[in-house]
Design a protein around this ligand. Structure first.
Ligand SMILES: *Cc1c(COP(=O)(O)O)cnc(C)c1O
Length: 495
């Protein structure tokens, strides 16, 4: 069984096994736990993978990663995929055109890719907790919150569940459906708090609470351990490696890719957790060409990946039609820095980001990053145009995935004949007003009207019952607090 290593080096906390890093994700010096070694997937192994089911692939890769989870536990966790649209395969790979395939990652209960990791994650955490009381914090830009709440709702985990979840979301920073998915979650072990601030504020609050001795002491006095469900948690990232490998193997199996060709993967990115899964897959030897990060107008990742400078000093977070990517402080970039440049350099960069608001890679380092990554971004107007254009071709996109189409259009010209996979991160129904507007509806439709509008245009679409029900359920969480009051609000709730 491998030990997880730490992105900023070993300080007061030890390297621990995967299970312990899942339960207690904050590492020394404010860093993250990450894999200390990765297995090498030879062409022979990849060929074997082509004949596995999605779940079998997941079990094989976890075994090769040597994470020390028992087969029974993983099996139990993967059963959550049975409730996805197609019980045999949680994801769907759709052909978009000659060179582009869309890997639809949103077929789970909350209609965004977060379910891919958070559905099994819930069962893993519950089992590893062994009946101990845990508080799990989650900060969301819109989709992690619903997926975490769904995964930890009391009725899903059984009445004896010892896990409580507090979810922080930016009050005006999510779509209506996303907000309703959270504030209608009626379960006594769940608390949802709107905060006056944006996602970066929410994530920052979460990270400070993990380090806050008064808060941790208060929890200890009540016998409660603290954890987090953001992609700072390596447990989520592990599940996000699998579908990148799956897509590659399926395209080989179907003869779309020859075994000497490589595949480019486009990922609409915010906190960089999804694309990080692709990065690990490439490091493990999967023939991935470039991992292309697609941003919206908050294009700090584009700047970083093209110039090597990560600079937040003059950035204001912009509100866009793809709110799950309205992020400036992208947490998982740190794991890439660690993998490429080691703990010392990562610690230095992260300290510089904290103290000076920026860090800069040198040209050799930038070259190393660009061996793996390329980048593109898309403004809201281009996003609307691409939704309309794709729809005319017969494919309905959500605004996040549309940013990925922009990346495809930018890169396909350069790479004659190469194949691309675009990770589709959400279903259109979560962002119906923006999608309807792109398809010609008048401005300012309410979510339900917008959904009706889209359904009337596209007879192939069916509304998921999971989305339909959020409009019917009563709102049970209406507390909105200032950032400075979050700690008190949580302590109050636990009393
Ligand atoms: C979370 C999310 C993203 C960004 O994913 P990261 O792993 O944070 O980069 C993109 N699109 C949607 C719809 C999301 O929910």
């Amino acid at each position: 069984m491998i030990k997880m290593t730490q992105t900023r080096g070993k300080g007061d906390k030890d390297n621990v096994c995967f299970a312990d890093a899942v339960l207690n994700p904050s590492a020394s010096f404010g860093g993250l736990y990450t894999f200390s070694t990765l297995p090498h997937l030879t062409p022979h192994i990849l060929r074997e993978f082509e004949n596995l089911t999605y779940k079998e692939l997941c079990k094989r890769v976890f075994e090769l990663l040597d994470l020390g989870l028992s087969e029974e536990l993983l099996e139990f966790a993967l059963h959550t995929y049975d409730a996805f649209d197609d019980e045999r395969t949680p994801v769907n790979l759709a052909r978009y055109d000659e060179n582009l395939f869309v890997l639809e990652l949103y077929h789970g209960p909350t209609r965004a890719f977060k379910d891919m990791a958070l559905q099994p994650f819930g069962r893993i955490v519950q089992t590893l907790a062994h009946g101990k009381d845990y508080l799990i914090l989650v900060a969301t830009s819109g989709d992690t919150g619903p997926a975490t709440l769904e995964s930890f709702a009391q009725e899903k985990l059984g009445k004896d569940c010892s896990i409580k979840v507090v979810c922080l979301y930016p009050k005006d920073g999510t779509s209506d459906v996303q907000r309703l998915q959270m504030v209608t979650q009626d379960s006594t072990n769940l608390k949802v708090l709107g905060i006056r601030g944006n996602f970066d504020d929410a994530q920052h609050t979460l990270k400070s609470l993990l380090q806050d001795s008064e808060f941790v002491g208060f929890l200890q006095s009540k016998g409660i351990e603290l954890s987090a469900a953001n992609s700072v948690n390596i447990g989520r990232v592990a599940f996000q490696i699998i579908y990148h490998i799956w897509a590659y193997c399926q395209l080989c199996k179907n003869g779309v890719l020859t075994r000497t060709e490589s595949l480019n993967i486009i990922v609409p990115s915010g906190n960089f957790g999804n694309i990080l899964g692709g990065f690990y897959a490439k490091k493990m030897g999967v023939p991935i060409g470039k991992l292309i990060s697609a941003s919206n107008a908050n294009n700090i990742l584009y700047d970083f990946l093209t110039t090597g400078v990560y600079d937040i000093r003059h950035r204001q977070l912009l509100k866009t039609s793809s709110p799950a990517m309205d992020i400036i402080k992208s947490s998982n970039v740190e794991r890439v820095l660690f993998e490429l440049f080691g703990a010392q350099r990562t610690k230095e960069c992260m300290r510089s980001l904290q103290d000076k608001g920026m860090y800069a890679l040198d040209s050799v380092e930038l070259g190393a990053v660009q061996e793996y990554f390329a980048a593109s971004f898309c403004n809201d107007m281009q996003c609307r145009e691409l939704i309309a254009k794709s729809f005319a071709k017969g494919y309905l996109l959500d605004p996040h995935t549309a940013c990925g189409i922009k990346a495809y259009e930018d890169f396909v010209k350069l790479e004659g004949g190469e194949k691309f996979v675009l990770c589709s991160t959400a279903e259109w129904s979560k962002f119906a007003p923006n999608v309807a507007e792109a398809l010609g509806a008048r401005n300012g439709l309410e979510d339900r009207e917008a959904i009706e509008f889209v359904l009337s245009l596209d007879k192939k679409q069916k509304l998921s019952p999971h989305i339909a029900e959020v409009f019917e359920k009563p709102i049970v969480h209406n507390e909105v607090v200032d950032i400075a009051k979050v700690k008190n609000a949580i302590m109050q709730w636990l009393k």
